[in-house]
Design a protein around this ligand. Structure first.
Ligand code: DOR
Ligand code: ZN
Length: 336
């Protein structure tokens, strides 16, 4: 059986920089038409100059005409309307991190005071710049995302014209919020569709499955699976593929992030086929994102997957992918 995907999009991706960028960039740009690029470099991407320079480095590393990096800035409440107008044509979204919540997020927001946020978020609404949010409080780790839903509600009601993307959702509470507010959308990763906390820490600790937000309970995974498999129009694929070198993962103090870029389309295909929903995969990996992000242009690319075994490499340079050394059921047969 072969499956054709048109212009797959990864709406949440970490490409890093320098040697790591050179390793991981092509693994996405070969098979995806575009990706939303996260700005959590060190230092984070907060200026037009840094954003344009990073885009250049990505294009050079990827060396693929049929791939567009959709650039983002790291949210700061000090961004003025004038600044946003000057950078609007170069970016696709702005990513908001609570301070210290995950990798390289120390410069994020330390509070959600609506009056403090209003000038920047009003300007983003007016300029049609979506706000992508890492939605976790600093509460108990299993409750962080559910606790953040009240902040999503505050943002969604105070800024009704702002498109707010709940990034990498992991809970049934976030899924429920989607249908309560017109301007809330979500990305879902591959790994959160597949694993629960049990897979990370229920047996021997699995550092390569450790990420933020941490995988949750079976009922949360079920809620995510349902909206992905039905092609819910407010839900998009965003891998959150987050490479770290092996020594940073297999360490005392394991870095958060699951590296899925090179296996994402193969495993998504298997997952959708097994759940008798393969006809919804196109919506999940591209069409929904095209409807939600009205400010992107999408290079045309056709990916044909076949039911043919694919042995996942143990490593890509220094990075261990999800399913390392295992054999997948589908492989990429053709890229046109
Ligand atoms: O697991 C994660 N890794 N979650 C994030 O939010 C950031 C990412 C990273 O940059 O490594
Ligand atoms: Zn991320």
């Amino acid at each position: 059986m072969s499956i054709t995907l048109n212009s797959p999009l990864d709406m949440h991706l970490h490409l890093r920089d320098e040697a790591m960028l050179n390793t991981v960039g092509p693994l996405t740009s070969d098979t995806f038409s575009g990706a939303i690029i996260m700005p959590n470099l060190v230092p984070p991407v907060t200026t037009k100059e840094a954003l344009l320079a990073y885009k250049e480095r990505i294009l050079k590393a990827c060396n693929n005409d049929a791939f567009t990096p959709y650039m983002t800035l790291f949210f700061q409440a000090t961004y003025t309307k004038e600044f946003l107008e000057s950078v609007k044509d170069e970016l696709t979204a702005i990513k908001l991190y609570p301070a210290g919540i995950t990798t390289n997020s120390e410069g994020g927001l330390s509070g959600f005071d609506v009056d403090e946020l209003r000038p920047t978020l009003d300007a983003m609404s007016e300029l049609n710049i979506p706000l992508c949010v890492h939605g976790e409080t600093n509460g108990f780790v299993m409750d962080r995302e559910a606790e953040f839903v009240s902040i999503y509600e505050m943002l969604a009601t105070n800024f009704p014209k702002l498109k707010i993307i709940m990034e990498h959702i992991t809970t049934k509470e976030s899924v429920e919020a989607l249908d309560r507010f017109e301007n809330l959308y979500a990305t879902i990763t591959l790994h959160h569709l597949l694993i629960t906390l049990d897979d990370v820490a229920g047996g021997m600790l699995q550092p390569h499955l450790f990420c933020k937000p941490i995988a949750k309970r079976p009922e949360d995974r079920e809620a995510l699976q349902k909206v992905a498999l039905e092609g819910h129009p407010k839900v998009m694929f965003g891998s959150d593929s987050a490479p770290h070198p092996q020594h940073a993962k297999e360490a005392c103090g394991c870095a958060a992030g699951v590296f899925t870029a090179p296996i994402a389309l193969q495993v998504l295909t298997e997952f959708f086929v097994e759940h008798s929903s393969v006809e919804k995969l196109q919506a999940f990996v591209s069409d929904n994102a095209q409807s939600i992000y009205t400010n992107i242009e999408i290079p045309s690319k056709t990916i044909i997957l076949e039911e043919k075994k694919f042995k996942v490499p143990n490593k890509y340079a220094e990075v261990v992918p999800m399913f390392a050394g295992e054999t997948l059921k589908y492989s990429i047969a053709e890229i046109k």
